[in-house]
Design a binder for this molecule. Structure first.
Ligand code: NAD
Length: 261
């Protein structure tokens, strides 16, 4: 637990399930004031709010599509109206779909780029602008993926969006370091969330993924939430522009294990 996170206002996109939910609940344990953005989920955020409040935090939720500028502005205004400020912005919402690249429609390409990259830019811009106006040495965390460096056939739009997020993070970190705003990236490997449910329900497909992970197991959402809490806390006060790979070693060329190669 990080004492300095108590009462910090943290905004999390895509917070009704998966990694967003795990981070919301972790920040609840940190007794932070959590603003959850949800998209199409029907009421899932209500249980999360109860969990956060039971842990000693505060929480509020608002619906919105991160790829829509007006919704993003509304999300940040809601956070300020509800809890008085914005200290930590976590850009988590993301989507993917599998399509061989020669069949990928412009519509599908655009949708993934709009949510995964443009959505993270819009919320980063709004949060930075608020922090600059109010002299807040805030914190932005973007949820990228190991596919910001591992190429991923059939997911070219996803890989391109995450590569973009990584470079966006580094550029914004450089731009706003003199103002004390830290901006970092978390790049998870394979984590057990609804985005992977279909794949992990198939034992063969699941084993194929595990074979790519030197540590030998699928990650848990709480392990990513722990990275977010550390990056948001003063314990990482000299860290900016970094990408934290939380991937059980997936980016370390597992094919070369045990003398191979
Ligand atoms: P998930 O599908 O469980 O959750 C994604 C969340 O994003 C959902 O709550 C969904 O409603 C929300 N969302 C989708 N489109 C949205 C929009 N337009 N506006 C607002 N919210 C929207 O997935 P997850 O595994 O929790 O993924 C969270 C993030 O982590 C994503 O950016 C994903 O790319 C990234 N990631 C996940 C993994 C993994 O293995 N689970 C690995 C690497 C990166």
């Amino acid at each position: 637990m990080y004492e300095d996170l108590e009462k910090k206002v943290v905004v999390i996109t895509g917070a009704a399930k998966g990694l967003g939910k795990a981070m919301a609940e972790r920040f609840g344990k940190e007794k932070a004031h959590v603003v959850l953005n949800y998209h199409t989920e029907n009421g899932d955020h209500k249980e999360i709010i109860k969990t956060i409040e039971a842990a000693g935090g505060k929480a509020a939720a608002i619906q919105g599509d991160v790829s829509k500028e007006a919704d993003v502005k509304k999300l940040l205004s809601f956070a300020v109206d509800t809890f008085g400020t914005i200290d930590i912005m976590i850009n988590n919402a993301g989507i993917e779909n599998e399509v061989p690249s020669e069949k990928l429609t412009l519509e599908d390409w655009q949708k993934v780029i709009d949510v995964n990259l443009t959505g993270m830019f819009l919320a980063s811009r709004e949060a930075i602008s608020y922090m600059l106006d109010h002299g807040i040495k805030g914190n932005i965390i973007n949820m990228s993926s190991v596919h910001d460096r591992i190429p991923w056939p059939h997911f070219v739009h996803y890989a391109a969006s995450k590569g973009g997020v990584k470079m966006m993070t580094e550029t914004l970190a450089l731009e706003y370091a003199p103002k004390g705003i830290r901006i970092n990236n978390i790049s998870p490997g394979a984590i057990d969330t609804p985005i992977n449910a279909e794949k992990f329900n198939d034992p063969k497909a699941k084993q194929e993924v595990i074979n790519l992970i030197p540590m030998g197991y699928i990650g848990k959402p709480e392990q990513i939430a722990a990275c977010a809490a550390w990056l948001a806390s003063a314990e990482s006060s000299y860290v900016t522009g970094m990408t934290l790979y939380a991937d059980g070693g997936m980016t370390k060329y597992p094919g070369f294990q045990a003398g191979k190669g």
